[in-house]
Design a protein around this ligand. Sequence first.
Ligand code: AR6
Length: 180
Amino acid sequence: MLTIGICRIESRVADITTLDVDAIVNAANTSLLGGGGVDGAIHRAAGPDLLHECETLGGCATGDAKITRGYRLRAQHVIHTVGPVWHGGGHDEARLLASCYQRSLACARAADVRSIAFPAISCGVYHFPADDAVAIATQTVIVALPDYPELERIIFACFDDAMHARYQRELGARTGKPKP
Ligand code: AR6
């Protein structure tokens, strides 16, 4: 765990749909009309009204984010962002992934969100190399944090221990603890 100002930043092995935070972030696709992975899990847990609201949004560009209500989720809001598909690294993937985190935080502020959970955007079927994605995720959020002094809690929700270990390493490195 890392604390910066009033904000606790932590990694946790968890199904993101179960978390008691103001907003969870969805790793969606440009249609915003659902899919597999974390997107499918969020739509199943939120119920059909989430899809109905998503249908009004007109999709979302890669690197951008849009916010909806959370419906049956504990989270009041879902922030849908579209990560880049990994095409080898020469197609602006790193900038687009960083943009997902930046745009998601901007959506969060507009809805007065104090606590937010992110999945490992693009690390599933979009095949972004996980070590690089985790470095981008943690660095982007930490660099942006001074612009979001109202944020109290950021959780990186990981589906498995290997992903959790990556976040632990990155966050630990920023508290001055040596990387194992
Ligand atoms: N809670 C937390 N993390 C999860 C969960 C969950 N319930 N389920 C999966 N993950 P992915 P992407 C992890 O494929 O790569 C969808 O079809 C998973 O282990 O969900 O951005 C969309 O509609 C991985 O580490 O998202 C898009 O078409 C991470 O979440 C496409 O997949 C992201 O994996 C987006 O692909």
